[in-house]
Ligand binder design. Structure first.
Ligand code: GLY
Length: 342
């Protein structure tokens, strides 16, 4: 098992990563516990939860991004109060990114913060969302508009959970892994010539992705100095597509967003063409890049994104192996290039 520590001003997070991490670490979580999961995960793992956390209440939200809302947050807080959780109780987020985000926010609010353990069960949440302390719900059709920074005390990344994931979920996580590849030369080299859908291979790159994120977060926990922004590579257009095409997954949209943004960067003369083409090939190994018919309509959501103020859109684009740049582009120009790319 790989042990990784994330030190920030607010907390030290211990991240345990490997096959069997759950059975090794779950029984060490002491005190009163409150589990939050979703309908898909509960269907598969209710017995496991019962085996390890028999006496603890389990709050199950409906699977899917739509559940990340204030209404469910209130219901969770109400159930936490009914269970009489105390300051030293532990909220356990057992599931994917949606569960982790809303459970993290509930843990940060209840009594101004109770202990939080993230147990990510999807590839995406294992490599990205369970680490780094971003918590949120969506609000007014804007992703993650209401949230907090709240570091989990522990993250238990059991790669054994990947076995029960549908291939669409693997694709979704690969969106983030390819993002890391665009930011980190070693990850790029590791994934370039490998079978991206092989679970053993994926399990071997997860710790590297987490380590990359830990380095970034420890230098910019609150997303203030630009380092953490790089983790949003592909996400500006990706989030816009996700909000517009409601049924597409986050990972697919991030990959498509990255694809479009690579086109834009190339048109603006940024970065190396050969490198862009190899990143595009990686993306095409995972998704058939859709030619979104309404990409310009979707782009309107990029303008509403909390990261984009005024007439400009900010994009993080890869330049060459392991290096990226932040560019500001006028919104009309952005839409024009998106149309051209489709
Ligand atoms: N997923 C981007 C971040 O955690 O900053």
């Amino acid at each position: 098992m790989t042990e990784i520590t994330l030190n920030t001003a607010s907390c030290t997070s211990l991240i345990h990563c490997g096959q069997g991490a759950f059975s090794e670490c779950a029984s060490n979580i002491s005190g009163q516990k409150f589990i939050i999961t979703d309908t898909n995960v509960y269907k598969i793992y209710s017995r496991l939860l019962n085996e390890y956390f028999a006496q603890s209440p389990v709050f199950v939200i409906k699977a899917g991004e739509k559940s990340k809302n204030l209404f469910n947050l209130t219901k969770i807080l109400s159930a936490m109060a009914d269970a009489e959780l105390k300051r030293d109780s532990t909220v356990i987020a057992f599931g994917g990114g949606v569960v982790g985000d809303i459970a993290g926010l509930a843990a940060s609010l209840y009594m101004r913060g109770v202990r939080l353990v993230q147990i990510p069960t999807t590839l995406l949440s294992q490599v990205d969302s369970s680490v780094g302390g971003k918590t949120a719900v969506d609000f007014k059709n804007i992703k993650n508009l209401v949230g907090s920074f709240y570091q989990p005390h522990e993250v238990i990344v059991d790669t054994g959970f990947l076995k029960t994931l549908p291939v669409r979920q693997i694709r979704c996580g690969l969106g983030e892994i390819i993002k890391y590849a665009a930011l980190d030369k070693n990850i790029y080299n590791a994934i370039s010539d490998n079978d991206l859908f092989n679970l053993e291979f994926l399990a071997s790159v997860i710790p590297d992705c987490i380590k990359h994120k830990v380095d970034v977060v420890s230098s910019d926990e609150r997303d203030l100095n630009g380092a953490r922004k790089t983790l949003n590579l592909g996400h500006t257009t990706g989030h816009a597509l996700e909000l517009f095409y409601k049924r597409k997954s986050h990972g697919e949209c991030v990959l498509a967003g990255m694809y479009y943004e690579l086109y834009i960067a190339q048109k603006l003369g940024i970065g190396e063409k050969k490198y862009f083409n190899s990143l595009r090939r990686l993306i095409e190994k995972v998704i058939r890049v859709p030619k979104y018919a309404d990409v310009e309509k979707a782009a309107a959501f990029a303008k509403m994104d909390k990261k984009n103020a005024g007439a400009n859109i900010t994009l993080i684009v890869p330049e060459r192996e392991g290096e990226c740049a932040e560019i500001n582009i006028n919104f009309d120009e952005y839409v024009r290039l998106l149309k051209e790319a489709k």
